[in-house]
Design a protein around this ligand. Structure first.
Ligand code: GLU
Length: 547
């Protein structure tokens, strides 16, 4: 058969370059010997998840700890799944977590010389190589329809054979020249398949950068490389792209491990040296005592939007993921609490071979700790960023008063105290903690443990002596002073000795004041709260707290 003629009939494009040209157009990158070129290659579906961030973090670390490049490629071969704005959303989401690309789709960079970075815009490159494979007898047209393929699969399943298009089942592999041209003349749709040269008798010893040595069986499947719409499959496109974008290390989910033999064969027939591959294990969670994969359908925490909407401190999410990526990160982080997480020596080889267990409680802990390390001003900036995007109108109005909120945060966080408090876990929760400092969001419950007369007597007594200029000790002396007036013990020791003589003790007096002023039985230091609220607001609350 005249293969050149066949290739021209199947791929009639008149403007394809000879394949050798591409080696010149996309030359090897000049880079330091150990510098890694990595990429994130998402489909533009609009759903960017924790697994993407996990993987992106590994990519970014591998590139940036070796002086290499991390780029963004959009795998948009499936037009049906494309969602507008998805690419911007990937970039924005990752940026929120401090991960930036050096090069790629929608990245403004002088390094963008390996593009286009959208696969659909690379159709000519793929088609040039498919044509070349046909000319070399390594690919062929397949006219089998879906029904035919289904029937073959059913027969294979019934006979307990491996399913797929291979060996004796690869019907179109042996079509005569006449049959092919007749089908083409009849306008039958076709795909192009790889004419596999492999055999399942052969094993390949392969070294995965994470999983270590893996033995896989050689591919013998005549996989589709070009679909009937003229667009390549993932298998083919990624081989071409990772070669010509000069990727050195492909980090991707372990669900691709089973297609690795196909990918190795594709690189071989294309004459490319394959990149190193690193297959990451899936993120798992505990669900009622069993470990299972995080699922898009069941677990809202898989979506990255979840963390932004809930206002997780981004560095905390990243640090937590780092503990999952490299198990010695946690110890390093404890030893170097102030150090930038980027100074940790990340190594792909240290990644876990089995599923990493994602634990939201643990993440919440890390988030609290990270937020507690901020200055009050830093915390204000963080919360304000969340409020601007997700807060209510009332939140936005409150956050206009930077100075007032910064004072509140200093109190809530225990700035200046012996030990920082860890009350703020996430912005969505932290912003609610300050609601009671504003009259429009102050919604007291007044759950007093004493009756009307006692409560009102305590409040009246304190109103009489209250002086906003009092420091903490003068303030407390006054609370103590009013205690006996209203039937409470001023000294704990007196109360303990004869509890029957008193309604309660000085801390019960403080509790009544606290409930009136904050609406809650527990709060940070009440004297400071009164000072922040100011005289008028404090007095108004003491009055309003009467029952
Ligand atoms: N587009 C593929 C995915 O989203 C990329 C896999 C890879 O990184 O090679 O799963």
């Amino acid at each position: 058969m005249d293969m050149k003629k066949l290739a021209a009939a199947l791929i009639p494009d008149g403007d394809l370059l000879p394949v050798e040209e591409y080696e010149k157009i996309y030359p090897e990158r000049t880079r330091a010997p150990k510098a890694e070129v990595t990429r994130l290659a998402p489909s533009p579906t609009g759903f960017i998840h924790l697994g993407n961030l996990y993987s992106a973090l590994a990519d970014e670390r591998c590139a940036h700890t070796t002086g290499g490049i991390f780029y963004l490629r959009i795998e948009d071969t499936d037009e049906k799944r494309r969602v507008d704005g998805a690419v911007e959303s990937v970039i924005r989401s990752l940026k929120y977590f401090g991960i930036d690309f050096d090069e790629g789709a929608e990245i403004d960079s002088p390094l963008n010389v390996y593009g286009p970075y959208y696969q659909r815009r690379r159709a000519k490159i793929y088609r040039a190589f498919v044509k070349d494979l046909i000319e070399r007898g390594l690919a062929y047209p397949c006219f089998c329809g879906e029904d035919e393929l289904n029937a073959v699969r059913e027969a294979q399943t019934a006979e307990k054979k491996t399913t797929g298009y291979y060996g004796e089942y690869a019907k179109c592999r042996n079509l005569s020249e006449e049959e092919i041209y007749n089908n083409l003349a009849a306008g039958k749709p076709y795909v192009i398949r790889l004419k596999s040269q492999g055999s399942i008798e052969n094993k390949i010893l392969f070294r995965d950068a994470i999983k270590g040595e893996v033995t896989v069986t050689e591919n013998d499947q005549d996989v589709v490389i070009l679909k009937s719409d003229g667009i390549p499959t993932y298998h083919f496109a990624h081989a071409i792209d990772d070669h010509f974008m000069r990727t050195t290390l492909v980090i991707r989910g372990e669900e691709w491990l089973s297609s690795l033999p196909v990918h190795l064969e594709l690189h071989k027939v294309l004459g490319f040296k394959p990149p190193r591959y690193a297959h990451t294990s899936s993120l798992m969670k505990m669900d009622g005592g069993t470990k299972r994969k995080l699922s898009k359908r069941k677990d809202p925490e898989l979506s990255l939007d979840y963390y932004r909407k809930d206002g997780y401190y981004p560095v905390a999410v990243v640090k937590y993921l780092m503990t999952l990526l490299n198990s010695d990160f946690e110890e390093w982080s404890l030893k170097n609490p102030e150090a930038d997480w980027r100074s940790f020596k990340f190594r792909i080889e240290k990644m876990s071979r089995s599923g990493a267990l994602f634990d939201l409680d643990k993440l919440n802990d890390v988030s609290k700790t990270e937020i507690s390390k901020l200055s009050a001003e830093g915390c204000y900036e963080f919360l304000k960023g969340w409020v601007d995007e997700f807060g209510t109108d009332a939140d936005r109005a409150h956050f206009a008063d930077r100075q007032y909120i910064t004072q509140i945060l200093a109190l809530i966080m225990g700035v200046g105290g012996k030990k920082r408090r860890k009350d703020i876990e996430r912005a969505a929760q932290g912003v609610r903690l300050i609601d009671y400092f504003f009259d429009d969001t102050f919604s007291p419950e007044y759950a007093y443990r004493f009756g009307k007369d006692t409560v009102n007597a305590v409040l009246d007594a304190f109103i009489k002596v209250y002086d906003p200029a009092d420091d903490n000790s003068a303030w407390f002396a006054k609370v103590k002073a009013i205690a006996p007036e209203v039937g409470f013990a001023a000294e704990m020791s007196d109360f303990k000795a004869n509890p029957e003589n008193y309604k309660g003790n000085v801390s019960d007096v403080a509790e009544i004041l606290r409930i009136a002023v904050t609406g809650m039985p527990n709060s940070p230091d009440l004297c400071t709260i009164m000072r922040i609220l100011g005289k008028d607001r404090t007095l108004a609350r003491l009055e309003a707290g009467k029952i």
